[in-house]
Write a protein that binds this ligand. Structure first.
Ligand SMILES: O=C(O)C[C@H]1C=CC(=O)O1
Length: 96
C-alpha cells in the first residue's frame, strides 16, 4: 500500500549542533536503508524548506506508523500522511 508522507523537521533551536548532526547522520543511514529495501519509494526535498515529500510502500497504516516512529528524527518532525490508490488514468502499471 502506498502512502504520501510529508515530513517537516523542527529541531529545537537550542539543540547542540553535535547532537543535531548525529541525529541527521542516523536519519540518513536509516532513510537510505529503507530506500534500498523499497519501503521508502520516493524522497524529495521541498524547495526552500526543511521538509520533504515522500512515498512509502508498506503493507498498511500500522506498518507505516511503525516505520515512521523508528526514524531518529521522528520526535522532531510534524508528519502528514495520505493513503494513495491507483488512478484510473495512470499509465504506470507499478501503481498500487
Ligand atoms: O531531511 C529531511 O527531510 C528529514 C529526513 C528525511 C530523510 C532524511 O535523511 O532526513
Amino acid at each position: 500500500m502506498l502512502f504520501h508522507v510529508q515530513m517537516t523537521v523542527r529541531l529545537p533551536h537550542d539543540m547542540p549542533a553535535a547532537q543535531a548532526d548525529a541525529l541527521k547522520a542516523r536519519e540518513k543511514e536509516m532513510a537510505q536503508a529503507l530506500q534500498r529495501a523499497g519501503t521508502w519509494r520516493h524522497l524529495w526535498r521541498i524547495a526552500g524548506r526543511y521538509a520533504n515529500v515522500s512515498v512509502f510502500d508498506v503493507p498498511g497504516p500500522a506498518e507505516l506508523h511503525d516505520t515512521l516512529s523508528r526514524l531518529p528524527l521522528f520526535p522532531y518532525m510534524d508528519i502528514e500522511v495520505q493513503a494513495l490508490c491507483r488512478h484510473a488514468s495512470s499509465v504506470h502499471d507499478d501503481d498500487r
